[in-house]
Design a protein around this ligand. Structure first.
Ligand SMILES: NC(=O)c1ccc[n+]([C@@H]2O[C@H](COP(=O)([O-])OP(=O)(O)OC[C@H]3O[C@@H](n4cnc5c(N)ncnc54)[C@H](OP(=O)(O)O)[C@@H]3O)[C@@H](O)[C@H]2O)c1
Length: 344
């Protein structure tokens, strides 16, 4: 059997996407073969395509996030059977515990081939069962965006009911953080460049909304919304251009989950002293381990949380999905469907 797959192909300083086919390879004893039903995109995939981080991905299959059905299992696989519905783990080797640098060699769609293909072969420990109530489209959004939000505020942050969370913008990570925090009984402050997106955020639980474009002093607005106390947790997806304001409006003893680079890879120009003065914890976050993914899926199922999908593109139209993500028009997730692919 041959399957289609997309790859990054070097084109001067950037990459373009190229569609190709490849024959199926034989499974080793501990591998599973997955027919992919859907893939979702993350900002990271744009960073790779646009070569913003200077990482060599020439010939690599893009995308960490995908879900599908197991169609074959290796001879020693006991935990999975044909027909099981699964998603891949962002870091194939990070099962639990603290992060170790060796996991950088095992990130789907980065150092190793990702999910933007008809079929993918992964180690049996590199997948998790998806929530039974979710479609492949929905489950494809979980491995990076949802797990990053979960790991940031729940596992590392220890979020408690009644606390406050600030999320920056309305992209994939932020909207999952909003949904998860809201389901935990937290109050959530959401910023966005778009008033219409802020209305959508209110509909799914945002307590306070701030347009960061029309209100450049959004940190002051966050303080006002929290009786000058600041927020207990910041889901910091902005990076160097937003960190100073995040530090200004985090509560004493709070946490900043340092996640993103939406404002670039440069160094922040601000003093870090507010972290000290406020006894704030600055947590570097890089997605999360497999056991946290399993726990998160249980929570999403219990709370009936449905991922917010903005738009779905066909497998053949994958380059348009990347362009749409780059336009920043989306609210939540952008998905690439491959449902004709023997997955139901
Ligand atoms: N460390 C990790 O484990 C990890 C995991 C996932 C993502 N990330 C990083 O986190 C960031 C978000 O990723 P994503 O996949 O969620 O992105 P995304 O879905 O593409 O979200 C982009 C959205 O971010 C908002 N935004 C852009 N510039 C902003 C700014 N200056 N201030 C506030 N909001 C801004 C915009 O929302 P509005 O349109 O509402 O303004 C934009 O639509 C990226 O830098 C990504 O690389 C890191």
């Amino acid at each position: 059997m041959a399957g289609r797959f997309w790859t990054y192909q070097k084109a001067s300083e950037k990459y373009i996407l190229k569609l190709a086919t490849r024959p199926s390879t034989r499974l080793s004893d501990h591998q599973v073969r997955i027919a992919i039903g859907a893939v979702s995109l993350n900002y990271r995939d744009l960073i790779a395509l646009k070569n913003k981080a200077g990482r060599n991905v020439d010939g690599r299959v893009p995308a960490s996030d995908g879900a599908g059905r197991i169609v074959e299992v290796g001879s020693a696989v006991k935990q999975w059977k044909v027909g099981d519905r699964v998603a891949g783990c962002f870091f194939q080797s990070w099962q639990s515990g603290r992060f170790e640098m060796r996991h950088h060699k095992q990130d789907l769609g980065g150092t190793i081939d990702g999910m933007l293909a008809d079929e993918v072969v992964l180690d049996e420990n590199g997948v998790v069962a998806i929530p039974a109530s979710m479609t492949y489209h929905q489950a494809s959004t979980l491995p990076c965006a949802a797990l990053t939000a979960w790991y940031s505020i729940i596992v590392r942050g220890g979020l408690a009911s009644g606390q406050t969370v600030l999320v920056l913008g309305t992209g994939g990570v932020s909207i999952f953080a909003l949904q998860i925090a809201h389901a935990y009984g937290a109050k959530v402050v959401v910023t966005s460049s778009s008033d219409s997106k802020l209305i959508r955020a209110q509909r799914i639980g945002a307590t306070h909304t701030i347009n960061y474009r029309s209100n450049p002093d959004w940190d002051k607005a966050v303080l006002k919304a929290t009786d000058q106390l600041g927020v207990d947790h910041v889901v910091e997806t902005g990076g160097p251009g937003t960190l100073e304001k995040s530090m200004n409006c985090v509560a004493a003893g709070g946490q900043i989950a340092q996640i993103g680079v939406l404002t670039g890879f440069g160094a922040p120009t601000c003093s870090l002293f507010p972290l000290v003065a406020r006894n704030v914890r600055l947590d570097g976050i890089y997605v999360g381990p497999r056991d946290a993914f399993v726990a998160m899926n249980r929570f999403l199922e219990q709370k009936k949380i449905q991922p917010v999908i903005d738009r779905v593109f066909s497998f053949e139209d994958a380059p348009s999905a990347f362009e749409y993500l780059e336009s920043g028009q989306h609210f939540g997730k952008v998905v690439i469907s491959n449902e004709g692919n023997n997955v139901s």
